[in-house]
Design a protein around this ligand. Structure first.
Ligand code: SF4
Length: 397
């Protein structure tokens, strides 16, 4: 599988972009993990990766989306974004996840990407706004991988995403990226309505035909103002997804990514580990995108690096959560999370003022932590990568 995947990369991606991927994402990403581990061993905390939601504007209305759209939309200022990335560089961070809303609706996105050629950006997008011109501009920059979210077959996609022809429009964006020889990924948030379609080998093979190089699986989180808890996976379904991921890694010539399990199949929470944290469009520093609470704001901070490294709220979060679970505290114990947030005095950053009410309404459901049901990696390359490098970049929970 590794040989076929490597051959695909050589044949399908622009050599200049492939070098950027290997050097800036691969080599520098590995060094960022090493720096993170050395800091942690010295009792210091600064994440290896930062995820930046640069706007709350979006052209879709997805089930389970936690973002509050506003009119006019809120775009995080370029000056603040540049200061955050400069603070990250001081700590060896070279990889940044760019989220929204829909990042391509931020008017200064390309200025941001262009300003940091020494960094690598993963733009998490619904793909519907990627035109041939946009894809060509991404190719010229060379330091960007588009990660296009697909949430089901044609019919399921439109229901999940609250729009018409969403699947077809995302595919058009994806094909524009493939034509421009970009290193391109697809992300799927697996729930009851798309498990059958998306957690199967035929879907992965179709993505290979479409020129996709990596497939990132998430577990659906029933959060936000339209949580649709009936879509959440149960234990059998989470186990089935895990087994599918491990099996697919042996067979399909594309990278299969998750940010939930280590090489032994044990659960991990990137935010509880402190390996990644999130900044929302207002500059609030949150544990992760779906925990919309913060005590620090980077847009108003004079010392951004110091604010990130010395956040009493995040320190308390990283201390308390691992004592409760290796998995997702939001899914497993929203009441305990609410108590922790109250105890730390964290502010509700949902933009709806309903953060605590939403946590109170959330019934505990199955997360990726399944003690006694661990499914270890059985492909040497993934075992090595997860054990020594990272566990799939740790992006979104
Ligand atoms: S979504 Fe859950 S598992 Fe993921 S980082 Fe947040 S708290 Fe951790």
């Amino acid at each position: 599988m590794i040989g076929r995947f490597a051959w695909r990369l050589l044949r399908e991606t622009d050599p200049r972009l492939l070098w950027k991927l290997v050097h800036t994402l691969g080599w520098k990403g590995m060094r960022a993990i090493r720096s993170f581990e050395r800091r942690r061993d010295r009792g210091e905390t600064f994440p290896a990766f930062l995820f930046l939601s640069i706007t709350n504007a979006c052209n879709l209305r997805c089930q389970g989306c936690w973002v509050t759209q506003s009119s006019p939309p809120k775009h995080l200022e370029l000056e603040t974004l540049n200061r955050i990335i400069e603070a990250g560089k001081q700590h060896g961070c070279s990889f940044y996840g760019i989220l929204g809303g829909e990042p391509f609706l931020h008017p200064r996105l390309f200025d941001l990407l262009r300003a940091h050629p020494d960094c690598y950006f993963q733009v998490f997008t619904n793909g519907t706004l990627i035109t041939p011109e946009t894809a060509a501009a991404l190719r010229r920059l060379g330091n960007v991988t588009p990660l296009i979210s697909i949430e089901g077959s044609e019919s399921v996609s439109d229901v999940r995403r609250g729009g018409a022809r969403v699947f077809a429009r995302s595919l058009e964006g994806l094909q524009a990226c493939a034509r421009e020889r970009l290193f391109t990924g697809v992300a799927c948030s697996i729930c009851k309505s798309n498990l059958e379609d998306l957690a199967g080998e035929p879907f992965a093979r179709r993505l290979v035909e479409l020129g996709v190089h990596y497939l990132w699986y998430y577990i659906y989180r029933p959060v936000g103002p339209r949580p649709a808890p009936e879509l959440a996976l149960d234990r059998d379904e989470v186990r089935r997804l895990r087994r599918h991921i491990v099996a697919l890694r042996r067979r399909a010539p594309l990278l299969v990514v998750d940010s939930y399990w280590d090489h032994d199949g044990k659960a991990l929470c990137p935010a509880a580990l402190g390996i990644s944290h999130h900044v929302n469009p207002f500059g609030d520093l949150e544990p992760c995108p779906i925990i919309q609470f913060a005590a620090d704001n980077l847009a108003r901070a004079d010392d951004i690096a110091g604010t990130i490294a010395h956040s009493p709220f995040l320190d308390r979060f990283r201390d308390a959560v691992p004592r409760r679970t290796r998995g997702c505290i939001v899914l497993e114990d929203p009441a305990a999370l609410a108590n922790l947030l109250r105890e730390t005095g964290a502010r509700d950053t949902t933009g709806r003022g309903t953060g605590f009410a939403e946590l109170a309404a959330l019934c505990p459901c199955q997360s990726h932590h399944m003690p006694g049901d661990e499914v270890p990696e059985d492909h040497w390359a993934y075992r090595f990568a997860k054990k020594h490098w990272f566990f799939g970049f740790g992006a979104y929970g």
